[in-house]
Design a protein around this ligand. Structure first.
Ligand SMILES: C[S@@+](CC[C@H](N)C(=O)[O-])C[C@H]1O[C@@H](n2cnc3c(N)ncnc32)[C@H](O)[C@@H]1O
Length: 382
């Protein structure tokens, strides 16, 4: 197979998109209703782009549409085999503040299923992050192949639809992917220094190990630099650490290599990521993360879905709602000056009932180490 090189192309190379045969037969498409995707059987032939055409979907029309984007800071990335362009992606770095757009992604029909779309998307994400984007937005063709690809890369239905793009292509599925989380990304390099691996830390690992079986698959939510995840790894068959901060995940993967831990891996994901399969895990751990979630009840319900029946949830959470006025005021002040991330002020009783309402039975609920201020809950998927 011929080697494929990815490289940024000059705006004048836009003309060469005619080399890419984007034709496809589509049998299934998605429609988005009330925030959920529904499949629809269809039967369309998507032809090659004609040279000229009555609408935007000709080589001429697309060159005219995309040239201004490239002169305003956009990037055209080509996948080149020999002298031919077999795929390309276009990145617009500034759709709105902090949001980049994947404007186009096309692979020649003879070069599909070789990982080229994935490699182009990885590069687009890297460039968007370098430009400071926190979110990558795409108005995706509704075909099964396009939407399925984006779902497999961690995109989800856009929480905030870009009205102009949605109006331009009303059939498209509006999708987005979180690229980074500034608060935690900025702390990734020095996060470990705060982790005191003293007797209380050892006791925390022992409590988890008592729940794990050697054959278990574990999910560690909000794994940060993966130190805890890697210490838990020897007690299970495999462990996946997820975190929405890409920098944390980069450090965690480097730590796994340094420490030579073969059964742990790390991915930049949130718990609602469609790449996580329902019923795939025996235990979910969530240390110091529940109070940081946007929607605690919805995430707890999702964590339950990710567990096998009878699987366990282990959480340690600072329940700020039960702290005294002084400590709560201090945390609010820290949030105001950006020294703490936005946190949810949960009471222990409230957290327990959220966990129960999500379909768990609470087996234990106590503070093991008063100095840590972490309330520890062990629960079982009913
Ligand atoms: C306080 S740190 C805890 C890290 C580690 N579990 C520990 O106990 O040391 C919280 C971590 O959760 C991550 N996080 C917060 N909200 C998240 C979410 N919705 N999805 C994934 N990770 C999240 C943050 O990026 C951060 O790395």
């Amino acid at each position: 197979m011929e080697a494929v090189e990815l490289r940024a192309l000059a705006p004048r190379d836009l003309e060469r998109i005619r080399e890419v045969d984007r034709s496809e037969h589509v049998r299934l498409q998605y429609v988005c209703r009330d925030g959920a995707l529904r499949e629809e059987v269809v039967d369309w032939d998507v032809p090659r782009w004609p040279e000229h055409g009555p609408d935007d979907f000709s080589v001429r029309g697309l060159v005219e549409r995309w040239t201004p984007l490239l002169s305003e800071g956009g990037t055209l990335l080509g996948a080149i085999a020999g002298d031919t362009i077999i795929g390309f992606a276009i990145l617009r770095p500034d759709l709105s503040p902090g949001v980049a757009e994947l404007v186009a992604l096309y692979i020649d029909q003879g070069a599909r299923r070789r990982g080229i779309a994935g490699a182009l998307t990885d590069e687009v994400e890297r460039l968007a992050r370098l430009d400071g984007a926190e979110l990558l937005y795409v108005s995706a063709t509704p075909s099964e192949s396009a939407v399925g690809f984006y779902l497999s890369r961690g995109f989800r239905i856009a929480r905030r639809v870009h009205a102009e793009l949605a109006a331009q292509e009303p059939e498209d599925i509006q999708m987005e992917k979180t690229l980074s989380n500034h608060f935690w990304d900025k702390r990734a390099d020095r996060y470990d220094a705060k982790l005191h691996k003293g007797p209380n830390y050892a006791a925390r690992l022992e409590r988890a190990a008592a729940v794990f079986r050697k054959t278990d698959s574990i999910l560690d939510v909000g794994c940060a630099t993966g130190e805890i995840t890697l210490d838990l790894a020897p007690h299970a068959e495999e462990i996946l650490g997820i975190d929405h901060s890409s920098n944390m995940v980069t450090v965690a993967n480097a730590r796994a290599r340094e420490r030579n831990v073969g059964n742990a891996r790390f991915e930049q994901m949130e718990p609602d990521d469609p790449r996580l399969a329902e019923g795939a895990f025996n235990v979910v751990t969530a240390y110091s993360v529940i109070h940081l979630l946007d929607d605690v009840p919805a995430t707890l319900a999702r964590l339950r879905d990710l567990l096998v029946p009878g699987g366990h949830l282990i959480t340690e959470t600072p329940c700020l709602g039960d702290w005294n006025f002084f400590w709560r005021a201090l945390v609010r002040l820290a949030m105001l000056v950006g020294a703490a991330p936005p946190v949810v002020c949960l009471r222990v009783a409230e957290l327990e009932s959220m966990i129960e309402n999500a379909g768990f039975e609470v087996l234990e609920s106590k503070v093991h180490n008063p100095k840590s201020k972490q309330h520890c809950i062990l629960a079982r998927n009913r």
